[in-house]
Design a protein around this ligand. Structure first.
Ligand code: FAD
Ligand code: SF4
Length: 491
């Protein structure tokens, strides 16, 4: 989305910002050391599901905020897919107006407490911060975003965005992950009658069924969804669009436009011998059992999970890191990541890799499973792996892993979690045969408007991109909402 530089300039020219800039010179600001997030000790936190980072103190947040130079050309903003006014919210922290800071965040981001915790800032806003050009560590934008939104929640004084007069035009959203929630928030602000349909029994998509409590407490997701409810968004759970009702049924009920945000929840497997043995899970099933169904509290909650002692997790993304760290918390004595490239190519956030290592996870990189072996009861007992080397870059730009002949060896395991990726659930394309899809079953959209091949039907997030990130899903939602509004107004 284009950044509104005129508005940013106006905000920056406010008297209080001018005065604040004068309180320290740029040289003094750049001399301040970047804050370090206080965290629970690794050997304590790897035994429970409580959150790992403790959060900054008020002093730490204000000191970190004073590192920001309030640049006239804030390059950081172009790194944010939803264009948060980054110096705007940071300067509010520096001057001690914390609730104002949260308000600035919410002008463009409906889920700041979520993004402050899970966004890969190191490859987005923080990568574009001017400090990098001075060979210094960037302003800790993510930690400050988390701090301001946590502060607001802790006061109970949560601001609800202003809403235009109701226009009674009904819009349906399929899926309550970050893409669907973003569209709901935007359209509710403009007065639409918005309903989100969710297949599961909790709202939030991957934020509740995938990302574990120790990284993103569910209470935070619930609070942010509660704000949408206060804005008049209706939420319907246990409702599978395409099964519980067809799109035609929904049209008959008066829905005039649709946003499909059904994610990419279909797990991928490697299709190697033995992959059907007992105690080999997909990351999706493993994490859904633990996070959504609370299997870590079994028997208080009635979903069981195997508490493996020797656990191998296959993959190098966030899903694999979440699974392996979950296995430690369920009592694993040996928890391993098995990844076919080197650590440099791992798609997981750097912070998650760092946390996993601190907590005792072993990293077997340049190693690939080729077969699983089991006992006579069909339970997995060993994984045969092969060593790999890196060749030329492939179409993803990462160096292609090549097997080294004769390097196979066996590792004892009692549980395996396969976290090598996901693809879109085929249900929506099946329910709408006229909907154009790619060969990977993602939905084809016009990237400028997010409209699909069916007029009035828009889509975004993982169902369009394949497995991506929370903030990219939200960015899609922003574009889609704007064009859904235009579409509905033109009718
Ligand atoms: P989702 O969040 O997948 O939500 C889709 C929703 O649609 C689901 O709730 C689903 O039940 C519902 N649905 C599907 N079909 C239907 C239907 N027919 N009717 C009704 N409802 C339906 N990204 C980051 O930025 N940082 C991270 O740290 C990070 N960690 C991750 C960890 C894990 C374990 C996983 C799996 C992903 C992670 N991601 C992370 C990726 C990120 O969560 C996704 O890119 C993002 O959630 C996609 O949002 P979405 O709204 O498109 O879909
Ligand atoms: Fe502040 Fe860095 Fe953005 Fe400049 S680029 S406004 S220093 S966060």
């Amino acid at each position: 989305m284009p950044v509104d530089y005129n508005q940013l300039k106006k905000d920056r020219a406010a008297d209080w910002r001018e005065e604040l800039r004068k309180t320290l010179t740029a040289k003094e600001r750049t001399k301040i050391e970047r804050v370090k997030m206080p965290e629970r000790p690794a050997n304590e936190r790897n035994k429970d599901f409580d959150e790992v980072p403790i959060g900054l103190s008020e002093d730490q947040a204000r000191t970190e905020a004073s590192r920001c130079l309030d640049c006239s050309n804030p390059t950081c903003i172009s790194g944010c897919p939803v264009n948060i006014n980054i110096p705007g919210f940071i300067k509010e922290i520096e001057r001690g107006k914390f609730l104002e800071s949260a308000k600035v965040l919410k002008q463009t981001n409906a889920l700041p407490a979520v993004c402050g915790r899970v966004c890969p800032q190191e490859t987005q806003c923080e990568e574009q911060c001017i400090y990098n050009r001075m060979k210094k560590r960037p302003v800790a934008i993510g930690m400050l975003e988390r701090w301001a939104s946590d502060y607001e929640r802790s006061t109970g004084n949560i601001s609800i965005p202003g809403i235009a007069e109701k226009n009674n035009i009904k819009v349906a959203i399929v899926g309550s992950g970050p893409a669907g929630l973003t569209v709901a928030g935007e359209l509710a602000k403009w007065g639409y009658d918005v309903t989100i349909f969710e297949a599961l029994h909790e709202y939030g998509g991957v934020l509740v069924y995938g990302i574990p409590e120790f990284r993103l407490p569910k209470e935070i997701v619930r609070t942010e969804i509660g704000i949408l409810e206060k804005m008049g968004v209706k939420l319907v759970k246990n409702f599978i669009v395409g099964r519980s009702a067809s799109f035609d049924d929904l049209r008959e009920e008066g829905f005039k436009a649709f946003f499909i945000a059904s994610g990419a929840g279909l797990p991928s497997f490697m299709r190697i011998p033995g992959e059907n043995l007992i105690n080999i899970y997909s990351s999706n099933e493993y994490l859904t059992r633990v996070n959504l169904m609370k299997a870590f509290k079994f028997p208080e909650f009635d979903t069981p999970i195997v508490r493996g002692k020797k656990v191998a997790v296959i993959g190098g993304g966030n899903t694999a890191m979440d699974s392996v760290r979950t296995s430690l918390r369920l009592g694993a004595e040996r928890a391993m990541i098995i990844y076919r490239r080197s650590e440099k190519e791992m798609p997981a956030r750097i912070e998650e890799i760092h946390h996993a290592k601190e907590e005792g996870v072993e990293f077997l990189t340049l190693t690939n499973p080729v077969e699983y072996l089991g006992d006579p009861d069909g339970r997995v007992t060993q994984v045969k792996v092969q060593k790999m080397e890196l060749g030329e870059p492939d179409e993803s730009g990462r160096r292609r892993p090549r097997p080294i002949k004769g390097s196979e060896y066996l590792i004892d395991v009692d549980t395996v979690v396969v976290g090598i990726g996901t693809s879109p659930n085929p249900l929506i394309p099946q329910a709408l045969p006229e909907l154009e899809t790619t060969r990977w079953k993602t939905i084809v959209v016009n990237e400028e408007t997010m409209e699909t091949s069916i007029p009035g039907m828009f889509a975004g997030g993982d169902i369009v991109r394949g497995g991506a990130t929370v903030i990219l899903a939200m960015g899609d939602g922003k574009i889609a909402a704007e064009h859904m509004h235009k579409y509905l107004q033109s009718k």
